[in-house]
Design a protein around this ligand. Structure first.
Ligand code: 4AD
Ligand code: MG
Length: 460
């Protein structure tokens, strides 16, 4: 008989013979009976298996089972005697598929997240990481569904790229050259003899490719890994993170802000609906009030302020911030959090930032000083989304790139799009792990991605 996922053990199977495969989370053995709490990752609860000593394999197999053992169990699905649990399995056969060594590190006690990162090959077996991975999966599915409903196409943007999409120079190089002895021309490394016949990097953003597609297909989004070689050792930065980047033709800044609000509410609302068990776990064990916070976000309108208004709020605050506040300086996470947590108490969209602190591709406002940028700030995290209306006017974009020292030849195709059928367009990037931090209440971004890549660490 084939195994059934534990989540599929529903009322219609009561009284029938079922089979499950999974891992023992806890085992309690008494004289006459053993209680095995078995999980297979499909949900948090798992299922209780009751194995009586009458079973042939009781002494040789069942009594020896402990946390971490892989088992296959067959038996009758019955209504549980114990309180608080729906169904259990009265075992007919219990098979040990894989035992555990004496040094199995996961025991019943709670382990620190920092320690668990050192055993990232085993941490999905903990309640917390398994719940994170289920919520992560549901969030990804919710994102695809949201965009499908709104008529967007998923664009697969490249991971290896020749362009610095942010113009910030925080890229990892991709090369097949022998770095001990690279080919040289005039004393410098000759990248024209590298694999791609040019310098290549891991992408920091799929935006520029998304713009190409949006100017043909109208509404697209990317969803994939992005890489940044920025040396930020914080609880909110990863060197490899996933980004969702919608890009829409014939859209300007206001419409983009609306889109970001609809999008975040839709995805978070779906997590409340479909991940109720895991969200209750986060609410009780990780971050008291997590559910209420999400409900509040889903229900209330996002506040909209300009960067200039944000600076005025901060200057009036009387707070002694670590980073000084002044028009023209970028908002730091302490500033963002003050505004969204203490002043507005819900998500805030800040727009129209100074051109100097934003990327080259943002649409310039008539004031000559600000660009049509937007950042969505949420409590506990600060910036979760960053985006803008794009500069679609060739006669503005070219000089702006020159002023920033970007080589027009490197971006020739990006500029070419402004010569043929150029239209106003806009898009944003959501940091997928930041969304998960916000949704789950987990404290460190390294614990919402299965295998974190951060400065000094790329194990597993
Ligand atoms: O604000 P960013 O740098 O914007 C872009 O990359 C644009 N190309 C997006 C666009 O307009 N299509 O990054 C977007 C978001 C941030 O708001 C943040 O949530 C997340 O990506 N992010 C990171 N998440 C984890 N680790 C990092 N190092 C991150 N850097 C940015
Ligand atoms: Mg940003």
């Amino acid at each position: 008989m084939t195994a059934t996922r534990i989540t599929k053990l529903t009322a219609d199977l009561l009284g029938s013979e079922v089979g499950i495969e999974g891992w023992v989370r806890t085992a309690r053995h008494s004289k006459a009976v053993s209680f095995l709490d078995v999980v297979d990752g499909s949900n948090l609860a798992g299922i209780q298996v009751v194995a009586q000593r009458e079973l042939d394999e009781y002494d040789d197999v069942v009594r020896k089972l402990q946390t971490g053992c892989a088992v296959r169990v067959h038996g009758e699905l019955v209504v549980s005697q114990g309180k608080g649990q729906g169904y259990e399995i009265q075992a007919r056969t219990v098979e040990l598929v894989g035992g555990v060594g004496e040094d199995y590190p996961l025991q019943k006690k709670r382990h620190g997240f920092e320690f668990l990162r050192t055993i990232a090959h085993l941490r999905p077996r903990t309640n917390t990481l398994a719940a994170v991975l289920r919520v992560r999966h549901e969030a990804a599915a919710a994102i695809h569904d949201f965009f499908a409903d709104e008529g967007f196409l998923w664009l697969h943007s490249p991971i290896i790229t020749g362009a610095d999409a942010e113009g910030a120079g925080e890229m990892f190089r991709v090369t097949a050259l022998d770095l001990e002895d690279p080919p040289r021309a005039e004393g410098r490394i000759d990248w024209s003899r590298d694999f791609f016949g040019r310098e290549a990097h891991l992408t920091v953003s799929g935006q520029l490719e998304a713009e190409i597609a949006a100017l043909a297909l109208s509404r697209v989004y990317t969803f994939g890994p992005t890489f940044r070689a920025e040396n930020s050792n914080t609880a909110r930065h990863l060197a490899e993170f996933w980004m969702v980047e919608p890009e829409v033709a014939f859209l300007e800044l206001d419409g983009l802000v609306d889109l970001s609000e609809r999008f975040l509410k839709s995805v978070l609302g779906r997590l409340l609906d479909r991940c109720a068990e895991d969200m209750a776990f986060f609410d009780q064990r990780i971050d008291k009030g997590a559910i209420e916070r999400l409900e509040h976000v889903v229900a209330s309108p996002f506040e909209r302020i300009t960067y200039t208004e944000a600076v005025a709020i901060l200057e009036k605050s009387g707070r002694d911030f670590e980073f000084p506040v002044a028009w023209g300086a970028d908002l730091q996470s302490e500033h963002e959090r003050y505004i969204t947590e203490e002043v507005v108490k819900r998500p805030v969209v800040v727009t129209d930032y100074p051109a100097e602190i934003k990327a080259f591709y943002m649409y310039g406002n008539d004031d000559g000083k600000t660009v049509r940028a937007m950042d969505v700030l949420v409590p506990r995290i600060g910036e979760i989304v960053g985006g803008s209306q794009r500069e679609h006017r060739l006669d503005v974009l070219g000089p702006r790139m020159d002023a920033l020292g970007l080589d027009r030849d490197e971006y020739w195709w990006y500029l070419d799009l402004r010569r043929h059928g150029s239209v106003p367009h806009a898009g944003f990037g959501l940091g997928f792990e930041r969304l998960l931090l916000f949704a789950t209440g987990m404290a460190n971004i390294r614990d919402v991605i299965p295998f974190p890549r951060v400065p000094g660490s790329a194990e597993f």
